[in-house]
Design a protein around this ligand. Structure first.
Ligand code: NHF
Length: 466
């Protein structure tokens, strides 16, 4: 089974969010399970290619709405069955960050068209797009055809980003204007790249079963719930896994003391090392609550700051690692300044520190407003750190109270504070805490099961098409 998998970010080469983690680990797992995977990403000037032996694969010349452009393609064999293609174009990808430019729609229309040209040469059975950046790819396959007649899948990692522009921007797609209609690329008079992917794909997957249901409702649908609900029988929820090689407490090079379920007492050395990094004193008897992630509205930073303020009398420490909107960064900086010794904040992205925090914390906070899947809670569990999550999306599908974590329902400071109080009670019950940690560590979040689900879906769609 040959799959062309296209994504705008792939770990470890470039990462903005969780999409990179999935695009870095799912194709690898598919290849291990016997698929022939062709992974396509942009060749960003800021990507770290490390020692990767890249070779010039050739060039494709995607015809865009305004003429042909050149995409120079570099390629590398990442592992048996997994080939990487990096699409280069100086004007589009030699910039200081992957996204956030006025011409993003044009840049990713170009990237998707280049991926389509590569598909024509690679002849996959399935073309798998991810998020809005590659939303046009399934449309290219359907509208322009592909020699191998592949089926198409689009995975929604986050519906909040859709790649929306004015109707005039549709010209960048190079699709015929006949496709700019309510059943196609148009949405309320505008050009919507994610919606395009949703209507042209043979299947839509969401990164957790709960999110697959939620996005069909007004509350979580970001305006597209009716488009998705209209295709309900084509919507599948497949829970993400995490990369068990990268996230392995027994072999993690970034942490002070490696450990497993048999040697959980070694977590203490990681706690001490982490607290030192954050300028906090280490006290064995004080629980540490940690947050790692992007500081955006989605992640529940506002209720987290408020509930921490309501908990300052408790014997607890808080560690926060992440960067994002100036408003939340400011609120966290003030919280740390007002509470030295209690709250430690690092407003940055650091993979190294993230490993330390997952290993060293006692509890892991994920009070998200919405969460398509969420990876932090799974990583935390693997490191014996008890997650405190809101029951949305993949958080709901991966954490259970009292088995493996602490779960709250309402998006309020009060509910989160109560959840933290339950954590403090658990902290005082050392046997209960140990049992919960062990159950969390033994829960399986490897890619095994999900990989099989994707392959089943690819097979099903192949039978339909052929
Ligand atoms: O885990 C990867 C990630 C999800 O919930 C996460 C998100 C973005 O918001 O699928 O994508």
């Amino acid at each position: 089974m040959r799959v062309l998998f296209a994504a705008a970010e792939v770990n470890p080469f470039i990462k903005v969010g969780g999409l990179a983690d999935v695009a870095g680990s799912l194709p690898k797992a598919l290849a291990e399970a016997g698929c022939d995977v062709h992974l396509v990403m942009p060749h960003y000037a800021t990507a770290s290619w490390g020692q990767l032996p890249m070779r010039q694969w050739g060039s494709v010349y995607p015809p865009m709405g305004y003429g042909r452009e050149e995409a120079e393609v570099f390629s590398a064999q990442l592992s048996p069955g997994l080939t990487l293609y990096a699409v280069a174009n100086g004007a589009y990808f030699s910039r200081e960050r992957p996204y956030g430019f006025p011409d993003d729609l044009r840049r990713f229309a170009f990237f998707s068209k280049a991926a389509y040209e590569i598909a024509r040469l690679v002849e996959p059975d399935t073309v798998h797009a991810n998020d809005w950046h590659t939303g046009l790819l399934p449309a290219y396959v359907k509208v322009f055809g592909c020699p191998c007649n592949p089926n198409t899948v689009i995975t929604i990692h986050n519906l909040a980003f859709q790649g929306v522009g004015a109707w005039e921007d549709f010209v960048y797609s190079s699709l015929p204007w006949t496709e700019f209609n309510p059943d196609g690329a148009e949405f309320f008079g505008r050009f919507n790249m994610l919606k395009t992917g949703l209507v042209y794909s043979d299947a839509i997957t969401a990164v957790s079963p709960t999110y697959a249901r939620e996005i069909q409702t007004e509350e979580f649908g970001e305006g597209l719930h009716e488009v998705i609900a209209a295709r309900a029988e084509r919507v599948h929820g497949i829970l993400n896994g995490i990369d068990y090689e990268e996230w392995d407490p027994a072999a993690d090079k970034h942490i002070k003391a490696q450990f497993d379920v048999e040697s959980l007492e070694r977590k203490e050395a990681n706690k001490a090392a982490m607290l030192a990094e954050f300028g906090l004193e280490h006290r064995h008897e004080t629980p540490v609550f940690a947050f790692v992630g992007r500081l955006y509205e989605q992640k529940g930073v506002d209720i987290m700051v408020d509930s921490i303020e309501g908990l300052l009398r408790e014997d607890a420490q808080f560690v926060i690692l992440g960067q994002g909107s100036p408003q939340y960064e400011g609120a966290l900086r003030r919280l740390a300044e007002a509470n030295p010794g209690k709250v430690g904040v690092k407003l940055m992205f650091s993979n190294f520190l993230a490993h330390m925090v997952y290993a060293g914390a006692d509890f892991f906070l994920m009070p998200s407003r919405f969460e398509p899947c969420g990876l932090g809670q799974m990583i935390a569990m693997r490191y014996g750190t008890i997650p405190i999550v809101r029951a949305v999306g993949g958080l709901r599908d991966s954490v259970q109270e009292p088995e493996t974590g602490i779960v709250f329902w309402d998006y309020t400071e009060r509910d989160l504070r109560h959840a933290i109080h339950r954590a403090l009670a658990l902290w005082r019950d050392s046997e209960g805490l140990l049992a919960r940690r062990i159950r969390a560590m033994n829960a399986d979040f490897s890619w095994g099961k999900s990989t099989q689900e994707y392959m089943k879906l690819y097979r099903l769609l192949s039978q339909e098409v052929k």
